[in-house]
Design a protein around this ligand. Structure first.
Ligand SMILES: [Zn+2]
Length: 268
């Protein structure tokens, strides 16, 4: 029942977004910048306001106005359970809520939507349906990894790659849906690359790479969609660290930087 509420909420948000997005920003953000300082009689440095001018940032290659954050698992779907004894679903939710809050501060004009804000079950198709419905600029599915190999360590990311086409054939997607998927594909791969780049600057662990994943939230995506695996809960050290708020701070920083890179780097 609750996931219907989420879909209903997504529908309402769509209406709300539609209104809000009726007049999208047409110019790049500007920042006040003082070009010089003067020495005041008191001897303190002050800004000379007459010299303040506005400097326009270049427009992003891939502007992001709607971001859907998907905390993986939930409810009866508990996800991995790691060395700390905490289920993945709780970590993804706590990280997702804090990430959404940080993104709302960082991008006050953007719409940041969570697929779930509490601990309940939500199907994979419903999760990606929310992003497709909203025509999100990014869909980020948050996960923590697990392996039977206790040595497995590091972060990795996934986009649909060739699996998107296979799913389209299976579902009998029409041409419009296939086109939307084709347009989204290079952007999804781009976002995955940006994520790994930003993570490798902050975590001195193995970068396991950008991979193609046969996951429903990716193969049914008609928007740029990625699955982000932040750390291995099954690793003795990384699994404990992954439960710490200070580590989540770094993960949130990495995602925000990745979104900046995504917007301002041209496609390779
Ligand atoms: Zn997971």
């Amino acid at each position: 029942m609750r996931h219907f509420m989420a879909i209903m909420a997504a529908g309402l948000m769509l209406v709300w977004s539609g209104v809000a997005l009726a007049a999208p920003p047409t110019k790049a953000p500007t920042y006040a910048m003082a070009s010089a300082t003067t020495l005041a009689p008191s001897g303190h440095h002050t800004w000379d306001k007459s010299l303040t001018r506005e400097v326009a940032l270049p427009a992003p290659y891939h502007p992001v106005r709607i971001i859907v954050i998907d905390p993986g698992h939930g409810g009866t779907n508990e996800g991995a359970i790691g060395v700390a004894g905490i289920h993945e679903k709780h970590l993804t939710l706590s990280l997702g809520l804090r990430l959404a809050e940080a993104l709302r501060k960082h991008y006050p004009d953007a719409h940041i939507v969570l697929t779930r804000e509490e601990d309940y079950f939500l199907s994979l198709t419903d999760r990606i349906a929310i992003a497709n419905l909203l025509e999100a600029d990014l869909f980020l599915s948050l996960h923590f990894n697990s392996s039977t190999n206790p040595e497995a360590i590091g972060f990795e990311s996934f986009w649909a790659g060739e699996y998107a086409d296979q799913e389209s054939t299976k579902l009998g997607d029409d041409e419009a849906a296939r086109n939307r998927k084709q347009q989204a594909a290079p952007l999804a791969e781009h976002m995955a690359n940006c994520f790994n780049q930003a993570m490798s600057e902050r975590f001195d662990v193995l970068d396991r790479g950008v991979k193609e994943g046969d996951y429903t939230v990716l193969t049914r995506a008609e928007v740029p969609a990625v699955v982000l695996e932040f750390a291995f809960l099954s690793h003795a050290v990384e699994g404990l660290a992954a439960t710490m708020p200070s580590q989540h701070d770094l993960m949130i920083e990495a995602v925000i930087e990745a979104i900046e890179l995504f917007q301002y780097q041209p496609l390779p």
